[in-house]
Design a protein. Structure first.
Length: 134
């Protein structure tokens, strides 16, 4: 799928987050691109938790991710710092559920994003579109 913005980040765009779903070699992945104003990293195996209206869904980071210039956007908009995280995912577990919050466990702490209703609806549409293609 194409990336969609699921967290705006306010006036400074701090922690602005884009997401997409991908199917490759029989596996499903969820990819996050997060704008950051500081160095951050996420070790392979750390959990990314998705809180829905029906409970918490755990996903796992598949590889080491380190903040680097430009990584927050799929297109070369600018060279501001960002982190690109790829997680295992079962879109069927997310289908029909309202995503309320995402917690990114990072190497030195965590980042919580509260997902607004309009962004949760965009995320849900992304999941539905992905499931319809498969």
């Amino acid at each position: 799928t194409d990336y969609i913005k699921i967290y705006q980040g306010g006036a400074t765009a701090k922690n602005q987050t884009r997401v997409r779903l991908r199917h490759e070699n029989g596996e499903d992945y969820i990819e996050y691109r997060i704008f950051t104003d500081a160095i951050a990293s996420c070790r392979k195996g750390l959990k990314i938790l998705i809180k829905t209206d029906d409970g918490i869904i755990e996903t796992v980071n598949t590889e080491l991710a380190v903040a680097e210039p430009g990584a927050w956007s799929a297109k070369p908009i600018n060279s501001n710092l960002g982190i690109y995280i790829i997680c295992t995912c079962s879109p069927a577990d997310l289908q029909g559920k309202t995503i309320q919050k995402i917690r990114f466990n990072l190497t030195d702490g965590y980042l919580d994003l509260d997902i607004k209703d309009k962004d949760a609806a965009k995320f849900q549409q992304l999941i539905a579109d992905f499931m319809n293609v498969q």
